[in-house]
Design a protein around this ligand. Sequence first.
Ligand SMILES: [Zn+2]
Length: 267
Amino acid sequence: MLQQIGGEHVAVDVLMGPGVDPHLYKPTPGDRRRLNAADIVFYSGLHLEGRLAALLEKLSSQKPVYAVTEVLLKQHKERLRAVEGGEATYDPHVWFDVSLWACCVDDAAARLGEVDPAHTADYRRNADRYRAELEALHHEVKEHVLQIPKERRVLVTAHDAFAYFGRAYDTEVCSLQGISTADEADLGSVNRLVDLLAARKIKAVFVESSVPPRNVQALVQGCAARGHAVKVGGELYSDALGPPNTPEATYMGVVRYNVRTMVEALR
Ligand SMILES: [Zn+2]
């Protein structure tokens, strides 16, 4: 998002590369140097980057530090998914509802304009273009998931990252772990999902690029023991982008890749 809005005027330095799990990510000494060198720091927010919180807090006394989802808390709280237990916590995986992620674009552009007022007009223009692209993508995803018959439109993944996707795109979503990968998958949730997969004759489950595949493998084995063949339908990008110089190195590429992978495996 920041690269799209900032264009030629910004150099985006990304701390968490492909396959990195933000829930468990701990800053390295190199990260501290890079954060210190930045003019402005953006993070996703809603407790996604749990172990970076203290460092970001400290940094915010020295330079602008913004959660790109802060605007959702202020202006679209009713669209956030409250998480049980704990006070006022929300599911941070908002980017899987493309129309919700699009709500973060204007605020990010305004923040860039605050540190670089000379290019405010460019940031605003880029934001307008990008928001329109995201809105078109939102409708594209809605159309594509319809290729999966409604009764088989069930997305089973390692951790609970796809609830916003499910809500926006009329898809049932189940997972082994909770909204943070720090939560353990227990045997009960494996058995519960094996029951569901077998009963509904779901053809595929999905691993995630930023989560070890072993829990999902347990589901495949559990179903096999029950006489229901379920395959790993592919690797989805949940909390990390794909490798550099591939279409999946961008947010929009990731969304398209995920939907294509789901449709091919489940329809
Ligand atoms: Zn996650």
